[in-house]
Ligand binder design. Structure first.
Ligand code: BGC
Length: 441
């Protein structure tokens, strides 16, 4: 049997990622909380409730967990509606809490990365039309300034916006995220405003903290044509163009091109110091006349795919390599800002994670400058419109009792973080079923 150690570069960041609304609890002043109160919006009528009770102080015990298991980084988000509860009111005590969290991470040798906007917006802002209203641009800039001023002593890595394309898709196409619309044109406007908001925030952060490293967490989804037909090729290309490329390319050349909306946004050129990549899975795409609401396309996983517990994603590490090649076109240092899977049984996760980390290792060995990896997520948390039904944590979590349960994946990830490597022993111990895939003879 072939044996080898796959080493990662010295100083590699190994962490997990979370988002305010998903972990803090009692975030009553944002658009997600409002949506949760509407019957039928969230699976099984779930509510974020106390979430992982980080606002109540349990971030401390969770950061102890991260530290004890060799993680040296953590990506989390600040909640705009706490920092600016009303358009003309700021809450310094919220910033104090975030400062305490940052200091707590530093004390545990955990390098923080802060996301300024991760899906949730204050209610006052949502009432103004949220991202679809261009007045959000100066407001997002002001919020960014206030936050960075307050926290810059403890953090240098900033993500302005998490997954603009997923926010657009969920909020304006599928209608499952706030503002729960099905209005493509308004969605595209919102996406373009995110480009502008990001550019304004980028400049503001650098004014306040010249040494800051600022990026976006781009979600790249794989789309593979299911057949050779020209119509299938066309809709597949369309998916790439609108979903994967439109936001990201605007930061490269200042041209926002999403079919029905084309704009010049020159101020966006060069507004990334690093490129963040969130990758989960890849779809087959097939032209289908009956699916007009989905751009005449059906998306599905290939037959026989290795699916996660709820069928939400397929284990597709080749897709991760494609995603990494895509993000590398920006010629920037790269952070994998999210990757993980739903698996309460903790059986699928170990092979999914190992195969993805191995794919990442291969890309690093093709000289692609990946600097860190953030696993989604540390503990189970509130999975948006899917409520508590999906379990993405290294630790399980019962939101009622707040009891955390250590999964085997924790020990595997800890072994990798500690040795800064994947070893044959780790694969043999935690996911022998993929040994031959990682060590082909
Ligand atoms: C989001 C996370 C989410 C994860 C899994 C990503 O698109 O950034 O907030 O929990 O997917 O659903």
């Amino acid at each position: 049997m072939a044996r080898a150690t796959y080493n990662f570069p010295a100083g590699f960041l190994w962490g997990s990622a979370t988002a305010a609304h998903q972990v803090e609890g009692n975030n009553t002043n944002n658009d997600w909380w409002a949506l949760e109160q509407e019957p039928g919006r969230i699976q099984d009528g779930d509510k974020s409730g106390k979430a992982c009770d980080w606002w109540g102080g349990r971030w401390r015990e969770d950061m102890d967990r991260a530290q004890d298991t060799w993680q040296n980084a953590h990506r989390f988000s600040v909640e705009w509606s706490r920092i600016q509860p009303e358009i003309d009111r700021w809450d310094e005590s919220a910033l104090d809490r975030y400062r305490a969290m940052l200091i707590g991470m530093r004390e545990r040798n955990i390098t923080p990365m802060i996301t300024l906007h991760h899906f949730s917006s204050p209610i006052w802002l949502a009432e103004m039309g949220g991202w679809a209203n261009e007045e959000i641009i100066p407001l997002f800039e002001a919020f960014t300034r206030r936050t960075v001023e307050a926290l810059k002593a403890h953090c240098q890595l900033w993500v302005t916006i998490n997954e603009p394309n997923v926010l657009m898709n969920g909020g304006y196409l599928e209608g499952v995220f706030p503002p729960a619309k099905k209005d493509f044109m308004t969605g595209l406007k919102a996406l373009a405003n995110m480009v502008r908001g990001h550019a304004a925030a980028y400049r503001a952060i650098h004014e306040i903290q010249p040494e800051a490293m600022v990026g976006v967490a781009h979600h790249w989804r794989g789309f593979k044509a299911a057949n050779r037909g020209p119509l299938t090729a066309f809709v597949t290309k369309l998916h790439h163009k609108v979903f994967n490329d439109s936001f990201a390319y605007a930061l490269k050349d200042g041209k926002f091109d999403a079919l029905k909306l084309k704009l010049d946004i020159p101020e966006a050129i060069g507004t990334q110091d690093f490129a963040g990549l969130n990758y989960y899975s890849r779809d087959l795409v097939k032209f289908d006349l009956t699916r007009s609401a989905d751009a005449f396309a059906r998306r599905y996983y290939p037959e026989g795919a290795d699916l996660s517990e709820t069928g939400f994603l397929a284990n597709d590490p080749e897709g991760f390599m494609e995603a990494i090649r895509w993000i590398n076109q920006f010629d920037l240092p790269i952070y994998i800002t999210e990757n993980g899977c739903d698996d309460g049984k903790d059986d699928f996760r170990r092979r999914y994670l190992l195969q993805h980390l191995h794919a990442m290792w291969k890309m690093i060995n093709h000289n692609i400058p990946i600097k860190g990896f953030f696993h989604w997520s540390l503990t189970d948390n509130f999975e948006w419109e899917r409520g508590w039904s999906q379990k993405f944590g290294l630790w399980g979590l019962d939101p009622e009792t707040q009891i955390r349960t250590r999964r085997k994946s924790v020990d595997m990830y800890a072994d990798i973080c500690r040795s800064n490597a994947i070893t044959s022993e780790i694969v043999e111990k935690y996911a022998p079923e993929v040994y031959n895939k990682l060590y082909p003879v």
